[in-house]
Write a protein that binds this ligand. Structure first.
Ligand SMILES: [Zn+2]
Ligand SMILES: [Zn+2]
Ligand SMILES: [Zn+2]
Length: 172
């Protein structure tokens, strides 16, 4: 996917990348996990995009801003980041997204995936999480953190579509 990151600069993106890294450092300090330079670089590269990146894309991007690491090390770094809750795997896209927030045990993570530009946001729902926890416990089942992926249109694309519709008299 060739969506420019700049297309999503409607917020202080540098702060948003810094937040992800600061949280990762704090989490690893607390858990004793090691945020190695490669793991940090992988997380930083993921955080630079609000469009989930495939593992291959990620290796390519890492290669453009420094020495290109072996793909296997990148995959292992991704496994680490996902296991530590610092990144998420978006199953429907087979891609990864940095996470800057702490999740409660009973939360459901809801990914809002734009079908037009790929922008992916996440929201957490405690209410849905509680319902799922009850239902799964009643079945004697121990779930992983449940995840919902919802495809649709992001606010920005919706605004662009609305603007295009009102200007459609010029014929495009
Ligand atoms: Zn951002
Ligand atoms: Zn998250
Ligand atoms: Zn969009």
């Amino acid at each position: 996917m060739t969506v420019s990151i700049a297309a999503h600069h409607d917020h202080d993106h540098a702060a948003c990348v810094a937040d992800v890294l600061a949280r990762a450092e704090a989490c690893c300090d607390a858990s004793g996990a090691r945020l190695t330079p490669l793991r940090r670089r992988v997380l930083q590269t993921l955080a630079q995009s609000h469009v989930p990146l495939g593992a291959y894309d990620l290796v390519e991007r890492l290669g453009t801003d420094g020495e290109r690491p072996p793909p296997m090390s990148v995959y292992r770094a991704l496994d680490f980041l996902v296991a530590e809750g610092l990144a998420h795997r978006i199953e429907s896209r087979n891609a990864f997204l940095a996470c800057g927030r702490a999740h409660e045990a009973d939360d459901v993570i809801v990914f809002l995936i734009c079908e037009r530009c790929g922008l992916t946001d996440e929201v957490a729902s405690h209410a849905i999480g509680r319902d799922i926890a009850w239902a799964t416990r009643a079945a004697g089942f121990t779930p992983r953190t449940p995840v919902l992926e919802i495809a649709g249109t992001c606010a920005r694309c919706r605004a662009q579509l609305a603007a295009a519709a009102t200007g459609a008299t010029s014929g495009d």
